[in-house]
Design a binder for this molecule. Sequence first.
Ligand code: ADP
Ligand code: MG
Length: 328
Amino acid sequence: KLHNDVVDLRGQIRVVVRVRPMLRSEVETSVSAIEYPTINSIIVNQGPKSSGAMTFEKVFTPIFTQSQVFCEIEDFILSALHGYNVGLIAFGQTGSGKTHTMRGGGGEDEGIIPRAASYLFSASKQLEATGWQFAFSLSFLEIYNNEAYDLLNNHNVVKLRLVKETVSLDGLSEHPLKKQSDMAVLLRTADANRKTASTKCNEYSSRSHAIYMWKIKAEQKSTGISTNSVLKLVDLAGSERAKESGVVGQQFKEMTNINQSLSVLQKCVSMQKSKSSHVPYRDSKLTQVLMDCLGRGNSKTMVMVNITPCEEQATESKRSIEFAAKMR
Ligand code: ADP
Ligand code: MG
C-alpha cells in the first residue's frame, strides 16, 4: 500500500502518475513513448529526445486495474473519516483517463468516487462499533469559465465568498447520504447536469473542473469529541495547450481560464510544500474551492497525473510529467 498509516503524513502533498493502457484503436497505429526504469519512475521519449527519469510517490503503469489503484489509495481516502481534510485531484490532457480514474464505468470499471462511497460506508460501520457516529453529506460542483455551478441542483450558479481562511459556497445544495445507494442516484444527477451543459458547448466536460465534495461529521458520544472534515475528489479540465492556430473567441477564453487556474493550482501546491507564508489560493476559483484540502493544517493532498502512453502525445505527456515534477 502507498501509505499504511492513516493518522500519519498530515499536511503532506503527494504526486502520483497513472499511465492508461493504449486503446484498441491506438494499438494498431501507435507505439508507447513511456519507459519505467524503476518501480516508481518514468521516462517520456519524444523521438530521439528523452525526458530523463522522474520519480514520483507512485507510478501506476497501464496494467493497474481500477481496483488495484483504489487499493493503493484507500488508506489515504480513509483519513477523511479520521478528521483530515482530504483532496484527490486528477490532472491531465483530455483523453488521458481522468474521468475513467475518478468516475469510471460500471462493475469492475468503477472509478475512485463510487469505490470511495462503498469503502467509507463499510469503514464507518466498523468505527461505529467503537462508539463513533458519522453523518455524511454530498455536494457536487463544477467550475467552468471561472464560474461555479451546482451539479446537483439545475446547474445553478454558486457564489464563492472568502470568509477568513475558508471559502463559503453560497447557493450550493447539500444532500445527506444515508446509505450507499444514494451515491449512485446523486452521481446520475451530476452526470445528467454535465451532459445537458455539453450539448450547449462542444467538449464542455473536458473544459470544466468537476469537484465531488463529501462532508463528514464524526461524533463520539462517550467523550463528546466531534470532528468535521471533507473529502474532495476532483476531475480537472483538460490541461492541453490551446493549438497555436484556430482557437478564438469563447474557446480562447475557456483555454485561458483553464491554463490560469491550473497554473495557480501548481503554484499553490509547490508553495505550500515549501512552507511559503503567502500561498496564492485567492488567485483562482479552483484553488479557493480546494483551499482546505491543499496541504494546509490537517489536510492531505494527492495529485494524480494521468498520461497516455502514445508516441503522438509524447509532448503533452512530457508537459504533464513536468507539471507534476514541479509540485513534488
Ligand atoms: P479524460 O477524462 O482525461 O478526458 P477519459 O477518462 O475519458 O479521459 O479516457 C479517455 C478514454 O480512455 C476513454 O475511452 C476511457 O474509457 C479510456 N481509458 C482511460 N483510462 C483507462 C484505463 N485505465 N483502462 C482502460 N481504458 C481507459
Ligand atoms: Mg474527462
